[in-house]
Design a protein around this ligand. Sequence first.
Ligand code: PHE
Length: 339
Amino acid sequence: MHEKINRLLTELDSLTAKNAGEVEALRVGWLGKKGSITLLFEEFRQVGAEEKRQFGPQINRLKQAAVEKINALRESMESAGGHKPSFDATLPGEPAPLGARHPLSIVRSEIIDIFKTLGYTVAEGPEVEDDYHVFGALNFPPEHPARDMQDTFFVTAGDNPVLLRTHTSSVQVREMERRKPPIRIICPGRVFRNEAISARAHCIFHQVEGLYIDENVSFADMKQSILYFAREFFGAGVQIRLRPSYFPFTEPSAEVDVSCNICRGEGCNVCKHTGWLEIMGCGMVDPNVLEASGIDSKKYTGFAFGMGIERIAMLKWHVRDLRHYFENDIRFLQQFATA
Ligand code: PHE
């Protein structure tokens, strides 16, 4: 009996199965009604008391080992994907929600693309700037209100304080300093002003400013470039008008209006019944500004313009509250998914 038990133990060790059917066959062959272990127990019942005491524990251990081995084989079949597959590759997939580009990104790229067709290239610069590049080099007098704490976010005080740029004209200054004309650049970027947040104003917004400097650049060139932009962006039928204005860095300066694309000039809420919508500021670069950056103002002239992306996007989609752009409300943003 001792030998038999040992032989079955070694046999048990080397058992393998290729599938669930084979595992079941092994169970029947070992533990079933006529299984080797069941038969061994029958034989055990016949032996004398002395042998029972000797072999009892061994037989029990053998049975235990057989049960464990067969269970282990069955588990390994199941985890290898035997009977129950863990997923069905033929099921249709779950749709992943698609994001949308932010309306401000859409408008920024549209504006850039239009000016690219006129030969402009994109220039970028730091958001944290010094007083010189935001104000000094742009002909702002020392007492100009934009230099006041009420209007600008200052990072440090002093003679040439560090501040958050209030317009991307600072990028134009940096480009004029490091390049020779002709210069034809477009400067998109985030700007900061110390404004109370409301439906029409925010302390952070985005601009696209442009600069063109070469020999013989005229006011008529500027007007034509802006008209081209307005028609590409708002549609072939729009008109523009220029109203005299003032900026320290341009002379003469103007505000540009486009004919209202909602009422086509007849008067509505959006254009406040004037038929016109203001879209940007512009002007001929002041000779002082050219000279401050080392450009000969006798030889070169240029024009500059600047617009707020939020405002242009509001006019394009009739968005009534500028705060929507910054709140990341999916219901608002989703509307631009196919825009
Ligand atoms: N820098 C001006 C602003 O921030 C916009 C502007 C740019 C006006 C160029 C005229 C010429 O409002």
